[in-house]
Design a protein around this ligand. Structure first.
Ligand code: GDP
Ligand code: ZN
Length: 313
């Protein structure tokens, strides 16, 4: 991953964000370092997955992060491209596995929400149906998802039976970074363990000196796998908010946006205006009413979340 470089600067990648320090993977090691005063005063804070530059001067006992490299992708609760560290959850992810399971968690609108978040991050979304061992008709389930959500790979697996996992391999190429997101209990940890062949709790632990002679144990949030890929596992992802993803609504519901351009009124709400092309598409049976309802629901949530954000909730 890194070219060996001798000199006062080291390349590194953030694997854990702590209160005031950052755990960084450097060539052949992992170290805990603070942020330079310059970055702090500019309110530039790295997140898990960020590539950084470390100033390394052992003779003066100086070791700190002096730069954050530009992010290829950023998974965020707020606008992307901000380095304040408040909205961003992880950076430089190639593939986001949106994990779900057959049964009650299986909801197209929930999948669509995760898709919005993924798309606005810049990463590639892949839908993973875990616990496929608990469903007797996986092909029908996959077909249903494919008909509602277009152009996204849908991969059924079972983490406990270890079936279908091979189909995830292409996304774990050397140098690639992946993450599992989805509701609690769908099997993200079990999947991670099945794919890494280890348990996160033991491989992810780092012991560190807290400066007062005690050793504290934290769980690392970016794991480097034997094949050279990296897996991000950050707890904060559970609280992902939907309003982050405004721009990608257009991408996810491109068909509806397209119909809307043909409405008589440019500000058509598609409720009861005359000459509404969206309602006509539903009447003609080319647009599913459910899909339109989900679109409206998401728009409503986005404006609600934006209002809350504006008044500082
Ligand atoms: P997480 O909250 O998403 O990390 O979910 P966990 O990995 O903790 O899994 C929640 C529960 O689902 C555990 O009891 C797992 O044993 C179970 N589980 C995970 N994967 C599978 C699977 O492929 N099939 C079945 N039947 N159960 C699974
Ligand atoms: Zn309309």
């Amino acid at each position: 991953l890194f070219v060996k470089y001798e000199g006062p600067y080291l390349p590194g990648r953030i694997c854990t964000v702590q209160k005031t320090r950052f755990e960084v993977i450097i060539p052949g090691d992992a170290i805990s370092v603070p942020l330079s005063g310059a970055l702090k005063s500019q309110k530039m804070y790295p997140v898990v997955g960020d590539f950084v530059v470390i100033l390394n001067q052992p003779e003066s006992a100086t070791r700190m992060i002096v730069a954050i490299l530009p992010r290829r992708t950023v998974l965020s609760r707020g606008g992307a491209g901000d380095y304040s560290g408040k909205q961003e959850l992880a950076a430089n992810i190639d593939t986001v596995f949106i994990v779900t399971e057959p049964g009650s968690d299986m909801s197209i609108s929930r999948l669509e929400r995760y898709l919005l978040i993924t798309r606005s991050s810049g990463a590639q979304p892949v839908i993973v149906i875990n616990k496929s061992d608990t469903c007797s008709d996986i092909p029908t389930l996959v077909k249903m998802i494919n008909s509602e959500i277009r152009d996204i790979p849908v991969i059924p697996v079972s983490a406990t039976e270890k079936t279908g996992l091979d189909h995830l391999n292409p996304y774990f190429d050397s140098g690639k970074t992946v993450i599992f997101i989805g509701s609690s209990g769908v099997g993200k940890s079990t999947l991670t363990n099945a794919l890494t062949g280890k348990t996160l709790q033991t491989t992810g632990e780092i012991r560190e000196d807290d400066g007062k002679g005690r050793h504290t144990t934290t769980v690392r949030h970016l794991l480097t796998l034997p094949d050279g890929s990296s897996l991000i596992d950050t707890p904060g992802l559970r609280e992902i908010r939907i309003w982050t993803a405004g721009e990608s609504v257009a991408e996810t519901f491109d068909d509806i946006i397209e119909y809307a351009t043909r409405c008589r009124f440019t500000d058509c709400s598609h409720n009861n205006e005359p000459g509404c092309a969206v309602r006509k598409a539903i009447e003609d049976g080319v647009l599913s009413h459910d899909r339109f309802t989900r679109y409206q629901k998401i728009l409503k949530e986005i404006s609600f979340e934006r209002e809350k954000a504006d008044i500082g909730l």
